[in-house]
Write a new protein. Sequence first.
Length: 201
Amino acid sequence: MLGHKFDYSLKVVVVGDSGVGKTCFLLRFVRDQYEGETQPTLGVEFLTKVVATETHRIQLQLWDTAGQELFRSVTRGYYRGSAGAIVVFSLSSQDSFNSVSQWLQDIKDVARADVVTILIGNKSDLTEERSVTREQAEAFAKEHNMEYFETSAKTGEGVIEAVNGCVRLIEKKVDEGSYEFQSGGNEDIVFHPEKKESKCC
């Protein structure tokens, strides 16, 4: 069918401190572009992309959230209805890695208890400036039951693999019945049993 462009839509929020490269990461994934001098996100913006897995065509709604403390109370509201959350820190910034715990707490406070969360260490190309080791990040991710990926928005390394990893985990929940979508195509995920009337926005 010509109108059947995707089977269902997933809302995924991308969070992390300002300057870790969230916008560049998303632009690399969605458009395969790198813009080194992006302006800080003010509030929330989102991009969409349809991806194909072995069994579904899925529209990803990727929400790029501001990392500044000034916007935190605003952006937290956008975590609701998310099927996934991508937490990004910079491998060249220990402070941004230290902030990951607070971002996870924000997600826990607002999003569903079973939201799929992955951890990304971005800017892997800055090898000389690296301050967070893979061992540190992997240990943290394991402690919080997350998958961990290292990426470079500049070179594109690991970006597709990271997003696909998040999608794979969400799709598994859909297949298991944890997340439902209405048949007929082009539908948002409908979460249950907590709020059956709620859909991704």
